[in-house]
Write a protein that binds this ligand. Structure first.
Ligand SMILES: [Zn+2]
Length: 469
């Protein structure tokens, strides 16, 4: 700031000596004042690590350097210094803390809505989702995720719904939308033996001319320019650490990066360009469960998809890549202590998630069996008393809702492991933290350094010169 501007700002002391609002100091940052970007993007790849606190981003990079001998693609990108960055306010219409429906809808519909709703206001106001807008403008559109394709984050770019829980309806909405590539999990929302109405939705997709993918090997087939729907598992894809260690059981399960490669190869066929959302959905699930080994590797799975997107953008410079999260979650971190570095390095030899451990424990499990299981999975040796505490909890713990359907003592185990790994968790739910937003490529140059989640919707339309209807 030059001196003259500083003194001008300094004159806003009111009669009573009170400092008035400093808006004049910072100017008007609203979207109406955005300039034209240096280059208009033809394609947008929007990557969301769902529920990624900054400690997650940090620890995944520390882990990657030590385990794989390289920085994560995301941190490497920042280090190369050819990106624009912002902090983003993730709040919902009715709370400082958003859920994934309201967070996604702010991007999806351009308006903050109450938690739980998809592009719908408190009084039923309906907002058109961004992929419908881009589709109407002649672009190809799609979503890729490691959780149900009908889950809040992908759905927030696609549909308008009074509640995120209406996943069977959302699956049917996708049939009508005929988006170009939709890949994820959540087979139960498409299967006749699981849906309340008994419809075989995948059969209906086939009849309507879709290419339907259910196995990793389907990704090698030619979709013959048909719209694509892919649902690969019930529930979600496995945690990446369980996927990799148990590869023989998961030969037909694709990774997030593999899904992303397939989606980009389909979408790139449209000469008018495309918009693709890629979600690392299980980072959020691992955060809710305070599952350290799971979150490290799922952030790596997300980062591999970041690598795929950046590789594409380097070969197609008319591409804007946006990398961010919808909210912090549980705020994990590596904390100070005598053997902190060494303790963290124990996690490099971890083989499984805590979910993998706790789902095999039953009333007959002995304390020494549990000690062995935990050590095999996380490379952390807990004590006899600690394992007995977990076994007692397993018999008494109550579910804390959506993300703990098996009523397992995730929090207790995480607290015990923290003493051995120095990775502590602040809580087991979303936070109000402002979050990291990184942009790379065409259209990134005018990103303001602080942005509301809802403004990002208008930013994408603005830089791509697609009219907001
Ligand atoms: Zn969540």
């Amino acid at each position: 700031m030059d001196r003259r501007k500083f003194f001008k700002a300094g004159t806003i002391i009111g009669a009573g000596g009170l400092l008035l609002s400093p808006t004049s100091l910072f100017g008007n940052h609203s979207s109406a004042n955005w300039k034209k970007p240096a280059k208009k993007p033809k394609n947008i790849i929007f990557l969301v690590s769902d529920g990624m606190s900054s400690g997650t981003l940090t620890m995944a990079d520390l882990y990657s350097q030590r385990k794989y001998g390289k920085k994560t693609n995301w941190i490497n990108l920042l280090e190369n210094n050819n990106v624009k960055r912002a902090l983003m306010d993730t709040s919902a219409a009715n709370s400082l803390i958003t859920d994934s429906a309201a967070g996604g809808s702010a991007w999806g519909g351009g308006v903050k809505v109450p938690n739980g709703k998809l592009n719908m206001g408190a009084n039923g106001e309906e907002y058109t989702p961004i992929l419908q807008k881009f589709k109407a403008a002649g672009k190809s559109v799609g979503c890729v995720t490691s959780v149900p394709i009908t889950h809040a984050t992908p759905a927030s770019f696609c549909v308008t719904k009074k509640h995120r829980s209406l996943q069977e309806e959302i699956a049917e909405d996708y049939l009508k939308l005929r988006f170009d590539v939709m890949l994820g999990s959540g087979k139960e929302y498409f299967a006749s033996d699981k849906r309340k109405d008994g419809k075989d939705l995948l059969e209906e997709f086939k009849k309507a001319g879709y290419f339907v993918a259910e196995y990793r090997s389907d990704l090698k087939k030619d979709a013959k320019n048909k719209p694509v729907i892919g649902v690969f598992e019930e529930g979600s894809l496995p945690y990446y650490i369980d996927h990799k260690t148990g590869i023989n059981d998961f030969k037909e399960t694709p990774s997030l990066a593999e899904l992303s490669v397939f989606a980009l190869n389909e979408l790139r066929k449209n000469e008018n360009g495309f918009v693709l959302q890629i979600e690392g959905g299980k980072v959020d699930w691992a955060a809710h469960a305070n599952d350290t080994t799971a979150i490290l590797e799922d952030q790596i799975a997300f980062d591999e998809a970041v690598g795929v997107a950046l590789g594409f953008a380097e070969s197609s410079p008319e591409t804007l890549v946006i990398i961010t999260t919808d909210h912090g979650n549980a705020n994990p971190g590596l904390f100070y202590g005598k053997n902190a570095d060494k303790n963290f390095e124990k996690l490099l030899s971890a083989k499984h998630s805590n979910e993998w451990v706790l789902r095999q424990v039953n009333k007959d499990t002995t304390s020494s069996q549990l000690i062995d299981l935990v050590e095999f999975a996380s490379n952390l040796a807990i004590s006899k008393e600690e394992s007995e505490l977990i076994l007692t909890k397993i018999k008494t713990v109550q579910s804390d809702g959506l993300y703990n359907p098996y009523k397992l003592p995730f929090g207790d185990l995480a607290k015990i492991q923290a003493e051995y790994s120095n990775v502590h968790w602040a809580y087991s739910n979303h936070s109000a933290d402002y979050v990291e937003l990184t942009m790379f490529g065409a259209g990134s140059d005018i990103l303001p350094s602080f942005i509301q989640n809802s403004e990002l919707h208008h930013y994408m339309l603005h830089v791509a010169e697609v009219a907001a209807k």
